[in-house]
Design a protein around this ligand. Structure first.
Ligand SMILES: Cc1ncc(COP(=O)(O)O)c(C=O)c1O
Length: 259
């Protein structure tokens, strides 16, 4: 929600609700719908009245919370590893659009890359930035593992620094797995022992191949991280109890206590 409000602010969408109010509405919406597993999408948008490209001067801001039942984003077989391709579409430069902002219009780039990947028989695309470094997936951050060391990039590679990425870095510290934050070149990707995506929708998803480069099926490090992530996000790891909000038994007061 902090990222939501900050991102909206970059486009002068003034959200007329506080953080607690937004979080409470998500919990209420979840509680009112009988979903076992769902993707939550808060959206802020400009209302009616103008075709101006400076809508903030004319329009009120509207906010909606959308829920969608979601199991494995990539469907059956996701846990076994997905097939990726290097996209012919480059990730947009942060000098054109701020990559750290999560905004609907930014996803035109992802749609082009994803549709191209799927049309060529892959599950997902990996985009390079305009300097040819590995940037990210269409909705995921990338991690590579080499000789027991992990590496992921940051905003200097024009990526959205995801919340799942931050959670995984946190879990790695707990698992005594070193993580270096620096740029990833294509040859780092190809030479990696294990490669995986992180994201709210995909959680921690192993990558089976990048085009014709196939990674080993044995994935000791990704497996450990997946297990730790699962435990933490299901509320089974007391160290990360504050990552979890229980919906069904939550009354408003209980939600506030958990935060
Ligand atoms: C372009 C892009 N990169 C990375 C991510 C991962 O971010 P998070 O872990 O916060 O979902 C997303 C997800 O929204 C994304 O759209």
């Amino acid at each position: 929600m902090e990222r939501f409000v900050r991102s909206a602010g970059v486009y002068s969408l003034d959200i007329p609700y506080g953080l607690d109010e937004l979080c409470d509405v998500v919990v209420e919406t979840l509680a009112a719908n009988d979903l076992e597993s769902a993707y939550i999408r808060p959206l802020a948008f400009f209302g009616e009245k103008t075709i101006s490209l400076a809508p903030s001067l004319h329009c009120p801001t509207h906010v909606l919370i959308a829920l969608r039942a979601l199991g494995d984003y990539f469907g059956e077989g996701q846990a076994a590893g997905i097939r990726t391709t290097i996209s012919p579409w480059r990730k947009f430069s942060s000098k054109a659009l701020p990559s750290t902002v999560k905004a609907c219009g930014h996803y035109a780039n992802s749609v082009l890359a994803m549709q191209d990947a799927v049309a060529r028989g892959f599950d997902e695309a990996i985009l390079l930035n305009d300097r040819g470094e590995v940037a990210e997936g269409t909705g995921e951050n990338v991690f590579v593992v080499k000789d027991g060391n992990l590496r992921t990039n940051d905003r200097s590679a024009d990526v959205l620094q995801g919340i799942t990425r931050a959670s995984v870095i946190d879990l790695c510290a707990q698992l005594d797995l070193p993580v270096e934050v620096s740029s990833i070149e294509l040859d780092d990707l190809y030479a990696a022992d294990e490669v995986f995506f992180t994201g709210t929708a995909v959680e921690v998803t192993p990558i089976a191949c990048v085009d014709e480069h196939v990674f080993a099926l044995d994935r000791p490090i990704v497996s450990r991280i997946r297990a730790a992530y699962q435990k933490a996000t299901m509320g089974d790891d007391p160290r990360h109890r504050d990552w979890v909000t229980f919906v069904r038994e939550a009354s408003k007061g209980a939600v506030a206590d958990l935060r």
